[in-house]
Design a binder for this molecule. Structure first.
Ligand code: HEC
Ligand code: HEC
Length: 235
C-alpha cells in the first residue's frame, strides 16, 4: 500500500533534481558549502534530510523574501497563520508544501485563491518557500470542544475498527508531526481548515490523495469536527 505513494514521491524528487543538477557539475562545489549552515540550523533532522534532497540548490532566504511579499498577508509571519481559513504552513514538511503548490497550479487541488498565487511561482520558488516555512517554529493550537475532543482522540489514535477506518496516528504519527516526506504534519492546525479539507476529500473536491479520499469517506460530519478539534490541540 505504501509503495505506489513512495514511488511517486521518489519520481517527483527525481524530477526536481534533474534540471538544476544535470548540467552543472561545476556549480556543485559551491552549492553544498552554501547550504551547509542552513541545514545545520534546522531544528529537526527530518527537515534537513528533505531540504538536502534537491541538490543543495534550495535557497530559504530567497524563499523568505518571496513569502514576505505575497504569502505572509494570509499565512502569517513565518507561516503561523492566525486566521482559521488560512492554514498554518510553519514546520510543515517541504516536500508536502511543494506538492501542494504544484497541484494548486495544475488544478489537481482546485482552489481559486491558491491557484492564482501558485501559478506565479516557478518550481524553484516553490522549493525555496517550502524550505523557509518548513524551518519555522510552529505556534501551538488549542482544542476548543471538551465534549467532542475525546471522540476525536479515539478516532485519531485508534480509528474505527467496525468501519475499517485506520488510526490517523498510523500515518500522521501520534503527535501529529507527520512522517517526512510522505505524510504531512497536522498538529496545531486550525480546526476549521482541517475539517474543511476532510470534507473536501470526502466530497471529491480535493482530488490529490486517493488515500485521504478513502479515509474521509468513512467519517461523518460530527466525527470530522471531533478529529479536527483534537488535531488543533496536538503538539
Ligand atoms: C488571499 C490569501 C492567501 C494568499 C495571499 C496565499 N494563500 Fe496559500 N492558502 C490560502 C487558503 C485560503 C488556503 C486553503 C485552500 C484550501 O482550502 O484548499 C491556502 C493553502 C495553501 C497551502 C496548502 C497548505 C496545506 O496544508 O495543504 C500552501 C502550501 C499555501 N497556501 C502556500 C501559499 C504560498 C506559498 C503563498 C504565496 C505565494 C500563498 N499561499 C498565498 C490563502 C492564501
Ligand atoms: C494511510 C495513511 C493515512 C492515514 C491513515 C491518514 N492519512 Fe491523512 N493524509 C495522508 C496523506 C498521504 C496526506 C497528503 C495528501 C496530499 O499529498 O495532498 C494526508 C493529508 C491529510 C490532511 C490534509 C492536511 C493539509 O494540511 O491540508 C488532513 C487534514 C488529514 N490527512 C487528516 C487525516 C485524519 C483526520 C486521519 C484519520 C481519520 C488521517 N488523515 C489518516 C495519509 C493518511
Amino acid at each position: 500500500m505504501k509503495s505506489p505513494a513512495s514511488l511517486l514521491l521518489a519520481a517527483a524528487l527525481a524530477l526536481f533534481a534533474l534540471p538544476s543538477g544535470a548540467q552543472q557539475p561545476a556549480a556543485s562545489a559551491a552549492a553544498p558549502a552554501a547550504s551547509a549552515p542552513a541545514a545545520a540550523a534546522e531544528p529537526a533532522p527530518a527537515h534537513a534530510a528533505v531540504a538536502a534532497a534537491p541538490n543543495g540548490k534550495v535557497d530559504p532566504a530567497a524563499g523568505e523574501a518571496k513569502f514576505g511579499t505575497v504569502c505572509v498577508a494570509c499565512h502569517g509571519q513565518g507561516g503561523n497563520s492566525g486566521t482559521a481559513a488560512n492554514p498554518k504552513l510553519s514546520a510543515q514538511h517541504p516536500a508536502y508544501i511543494v506538492k501542494q503548490l504544484q497541484e494548486f497550479k495544475s488544478g489537481k487541488r482546485p482552489n481559486p485563491i491558491m491557484q492564482g498565487f501558485a501559478s506565479q511561482l516557478t518550481d524553484g520558488d516553490m522549493k525555496n518557500i517550502a524550505a523557509y516555512v518548513g524551518a519555522q517554529k510552529a505556534s501551538p493550537g488549542f482544542a476548543k470542544d471538551k465534549e467532542l475532543v475525546s471522540l476525536g482522540e479515539k478516532i485519531y489514535r485508534g480509528g474505527v475498527q467496525s468501519r475499517q477506518l485506520p488510526a490517523c496516528a498510523g500515518c500522521h504519527s501520534p503527535n501529529g508531526a507527520g512522517i517526512p516526506a510522505q505524510y504531512p504534519r497536522l498538529s496545531g492546525q486550525h480546526s476549521d481548515y482541517t475539517a474543511g479539507q476532510l470534507v473536501a476529500f470526502r466530497d471529491g473536491v480535493r482530488k490529490n490523495s486517493a488515500q485521504m479520499a478513502q479515509i474521509a469517506a468513512k467519517l461523518n460530519d460530527r466525527e470530522i469536527r471531533a478529529v479536527a478539534d483534537y488535531i488543533a490541540g496536538l503538539r
